[in-house]
Design a protein. Sequence first.
Lengths: 115, 116
Amino acid sequence: EAGVAQSPRYKIIEKRQSVAFWCNPISGHATLYWYQQILGQGPKLLIQFQNNGVVDDSQLPKDRFSAERLKGVDSTLKIQPAKLEDSAVYLCASSLDLVRNTEAFFGQGTRLTVV
Amino acid sequence: AQSVAQPEDQVNVAEGNPLTVKCTYSVSGNPYLFWYVQYPNRGLQFLLKYITGDNLVKGSYGFEAEFNKSQTSFHLKKPSALVSDSALYFCAVRDGVTGGGNKLTFGTGTQLKVEL
């Protein structure tokens, strides 16, 4: 089966600009996650969707970050305006549902550099 | 709040020798534990998980992990390391307590280096 697809793979922007990332989860997966991975750190959950509803966005900097999952399939994550400290790899993942014993499958990530 | 600790930033081992990558966790309820591996410029790949049952779980590429409830640990092991095992390894935990939200929390990662 096809894996989690993310685009773009790389993005370089200047601070205060905006950027958007796209994710297409594995077909049939109800749960979708966006993680931020700063160099040298483990992934940090930004937002978690169940179908098109938000389950957890407690660590999402809502003054500049937004995410949506229209129709419960694809998702976009937006940053506006970007700061230097947003430089990181943004990982999208999906899992079958909210049953806790299912593992998450990850995309290759989008590496964002803010200059 | 749930958390994961990986006390070693890097582990070095000779090819053919056994390897261990350490992980300890903290949750309110029963833990659901996972190991992922990350190769350069790639996303995380699932290796194995512990949900319930046997304390020794087997996963992909010959890896296994031992769940120890009294020590709140879930160490990753492999009897004979390969150079191709060199990568970044992450331990992760979900809290099984009702209302835990299903949040998957990762450790900071351990870089494994296998040398000839």
